[in-house]
Design a protein around this ligand. Structure first.
Ligand code: NOJ
Length: 551
């Protein structure tokens, strides 16, 4: 545990481990991960050296979108465990020195949530329908959707219901799956309900929340057409005055949430998932009376090229510094192609969306692995906090060849079997060299693991001092030992302007150098405290990084 985690602003430099509960550890043999599985692996997380865990949604849910379709915000999905077990997990994590961040899904509920069921039963014009975005259709018989908005997962963002008397009825908005109806956040009742949900978990000891689709809650009340070319309709955050992404009205919601968090001792934390057009837009969420932190997705999108990485990191740092917020660096998560694979693909020819490529070019996993080793040293040396996604500490690549019939991401169906979706980064973790799911659970897991993953298991990597796992353990240990890392060392100073080499210094003579070229480059003078691959004399090999203390 870092010293900063003892203070109320522990989150400024914390390293948080993301637990995709379905795929972390399965104690009961159902094939899905569970709360008991997480509890059994807390010693592993403490030994890894992280400060906090973030648990993806664990609430009762039909699992139409991996739990992001919540039917009850105040309980635990029976397939994952019970509320009592969740309480035990929170308490045991705290005893192990780990903070616990939960995941709140405020943009939409499940269609099986009691509110949506009540809305269906109550009929047009009712208070119950008013909690969601129900509208009449267009055209003489109302058979056309109310506007041209598209679901992020494909198809129209509107679905038509059948009224209780069997007649074709109103349409409701779902920016994601048809089973994820959007709430109407202009309604006071919606706001008070979610503030109460926050308190429910804060009262049980949750240290904070990750906010799902934080940029999407407020909608233009007129629900105007986007009127954009088809190719830009999806996820386009660059349009000025966008009718649903990144509208200024969302900030009032977060100002109220901040007050709830500040009413606790110690104050609780928020981290926003906000896909916005620029780091300046992101900073709007991070004013002192709004959210504490937000994931930095610009860095995730940057190719493995020193010049680009430096420019992106510098711009994020500047924008965050203006509002006094720390940057939260990320390489992977449960929505993004694993970075070993991203970095093992062409960095020049990148598709429209480098984070989810259904038809990636050839992948050089060994090259990706080498770059991933360097990338984590870069991230952990930058000022701010870092989010790790389960399995990246093992160097897991994306699983690109899951059989079509096993794909569960709703994107696969909604895109008409064009976009394969995110299952490839959600394959259950390998813990042991053997067993039906390599130690994930006593039986087989909900998705199959590639054969070669025995060598990437915790058991295999623990026995290999040169493994990715040991690099993560070493880097996290050194980061805790060096007071100038994390948020502790103030600003950083960039050194050199080379296209292929990135360098910066922090207090106390600390230097981080990253070589994204294929040829060795000279190391700055000093003592190498950690390197992603062995250094060669005074040369840093290609696609490698080192931490140095100058003497
Ligand atoms: C973002 C989550 O990370 C993703 O997994 C989910 O599908 C969408 N939000 C919708 O809730």
């Amino acid at each position: 545990m870092s010293t900063s985690s003892l203070t109320s602003d522990w989150w400024r430099s914390a390293v948080t481990y993301q637990l995709y509960i379905r795929s972390f550890a399965d104690a009961d043999g159902s094939g899905l991960g569970d709360v008991a599985g997480i509890r059994s692996r807390l010693p592993y997380l403490a030994e890894l050296g992280v400060d906090a865990i973030w648990i993806n949604p664990w609430y009762p849910s039909p699992q139409a979108d991996g739990g992001y379709d919540v039917a009850d915000y105040r309980d635990i999905e029976p397939a994952f465990g019970t509320l009592d077990e969740a309480q035990l997990l929170i308490d045991e994590a705290h005893a192990a020195g780990l903070k616990v961040i939960l995941d709140i899904v405020p943009n939409h509920t499940s269609d099986e949530h009691p509110w949506f069921q009540a809305a269906l039963a109550a009929g047009p014009g009712s208070v119950e329908r008013g909690r969601y975005l129900f509208r009449s259709g267009r055209g003489a018989d109302g058979s056309l959707p109310p506007n041209d908005w598209r679901s992020v997962f494909g198809g129209s963002a509107w679905s038509r219901i059948t009224e209780a008397d069997g007649s074709p009825g109103e349409w409701y908005l779902h920016l994601f799956d048809v089973k994820q109806p959007d709430l109407d956040w202009s309604k006071a009742e919606v706001r008070t309900e979610f503030e109460d949900v926050l308190r429910f978990w804060f009262d049980r000891g949750a240290d904070g929340f990750r906010i799902d689709v934080a940029h999407g809650l407020a909608k233009d009340p007129l629900l105007p057409d986007l009127n954009m070319p088809e190719a830009q309709l999806l996820q386009n955050v660059f349009k000025e005055n966008h009718p649903y992404w990144d509208r200024p009205e969302v900030q009032e919601i977060y100002e109220a949430w901040r007050s709830v968090a500040e009413s606790y001792d110690p104050p609780r934390l928020f981290v926003a998932e906000a896909w916005v057009a620029s780091s300046d837009r992101l900073a709007e969420y991070l004013l002192p009376n709004r959210l504490h932190t937000a994931f930095d997705f610009d860095f995730v999108r940057a190719p493995w090229q020193a010049k680009e990485l430096r420019a992106t990191a510098a711009s994020s740092l500047e924008a965050h510094q203006r509002v006094g917020a720390p940057v939260m660096w990320v390489l992977s998560n449960h929505d993004i192609t694993r970075h070993v694979s991203r970095y093992g693909r062409s960095q020049e020819v990148r598709g429209d969306d480098p984070l989810h490529d259904s038809n990636p070019g050839p992948t050089d996993v060994l090259l990706g692995m080498r770059r991933a080793r360097a990338a984590i040293l870069l991230l952990l040396a930058l000022p701010g906090g870092v989010y790790l996604y389960q399995g990246e500490e093992l160097g897991l690549p994306e699983v690109d060849d899951l059989p079509d019939q096993l794909l569960q991401d709703p994107t696969w169906e909604r895109s008409g079997h064009i976009v394969r979706g995110r299952d490839g980064c959600r394959v259950p973790l390998p813990w042991t060299r053997t067993g039906p799911s390599l130690g994930f659970g006593p039986g087989v897991g909900w998705l199959p693991q590639p054969v070669g993953w025995a060598d990437l298991s915790v058991e295999a990597e623990d026995a290999d001092r040169g493994s990715m796992l040991w690099l993560y353990r070493d880097a996290l240990r050194v980061r805790r030992e060096l007071p100038q890392l994390g948020a502790g060392g103030g600003d950083l100073t960039w050194t050199g302007e080379e296209v292929d080499v990135l360098g910066f210094t922090r207090e106390g003579g600390f230097i981080c150098i990253v070589n994204t070229s294929t040829v060795p480059v000279p190391l700055p003078p000093g003592r190498v405290v950690l390197s992603s691959v062995p250094v060669e004399g005074n040369l840093l090999p290609g696609d490698a990084a080192a931490w140095i203390i100058s003497e």
